[in-house]
Ligand binder design. Structure first.
Ligand code: DC
Length: 213
């Protein structure tokens, strides 16, 4: 069984996907973490992320894997390194490059072919697994998502202004929704969950309710 959870950044997809996977005793696959790991590699290697050919070369010597909630880049656990604002912005840009998408989408399909999974991202229901048994589109207004993100950053001791976080979220929304290849979109068969007014337990209950129907 594949459960696809798509939506914009900061909507709470990964929190819900993780809890749902635990509840169903199946694996959780965070596809955004895979794009983030490629961004880390490009930053480290000084690769120009707008240069498709250079990225192609970089990908040939890049190994990305997910192992019990850890993101492995060439065997190294980079789970802590992938959550910075710099990596978020670069991951969004890198995810528009066809060579990157082809490699990661193929990996994601392999991961889902082997076992039941909850997979979250932008194009899971529309592209990676269009035949997924259940599809959810989880979203919230940019302002609510920016507030949540700001709270997270402050809790981690990072300095940030609401306006900057909101501007970053709006830019990523636009870029993720307007790239030509596999853009962020809600498919017709996806269940829409708007989380502005909902807490995590309520969102989870709603999603589980649909799955058990
Ligand atoms: O979900 P996230 O914020 O960790 O994802 C980081 C970036 O990766 C996001 O801005 C767009 C890209 N992404 C994608 O293009 N397709 C996916 N399935 C998942 C993420």
């Amino acid at each position: 069984m594949i459960i696809a959870i798509d939506g914009p950044s900061g909507a709470g997809k990964s929190t819900i996907a993780k809890l749902l996977a635990k509840e169903l005793s199946i694996d959780y696959i965070d596809t955004g973490a895979m794009y983030r790991a490629v961004a880390v590699k490009a930053i480290r290697c000084g690769t120009d992320i707008d240069d498709g050919a250079a990225l192609d070369g970089l990908l040939e010597s890049t190994d990305i894997d997910l192992e019990s909630q850890k993101v492995l880049l060439d065997g190294e656990d980079v789970s802590g390194l992938i959550r910075t604002e710099e990596v978020s912005m670069k991951a969004s840009r890198i995810s528009a490059i066809p060579a990157v998408r082809h490699k990661l989408v193929a990996l994601q399909r392999e991961m889902g072919a082997r076992k039941s999974v909850v997979m979250d991202g932008r194009d899971i229901g529309s592209n990676v697994f269009p035949g997924a048994e259940r599809k959810f589109f989880i979203t919230a207004s940019p302002e609510v998502r920016a507030e949540r993100r700001l709270k997270e950053l402050v809790e981690r001791g990072e300095d940030a202004a609401f306006e900057t976080v909101l501007a970053d979220i709006e830019k990523r929304d636009w870029d993720d929704s307007n790239r030509p290849l596999n853009p962020l979109m809600q498919t017709e068969d996806a269940i829409l969950v708007e989380t502005d007014e909902l807490g995590i337990p309520e969102v989870l209950a709603r999603v589980i309710g649909h799955i058990k129907q």
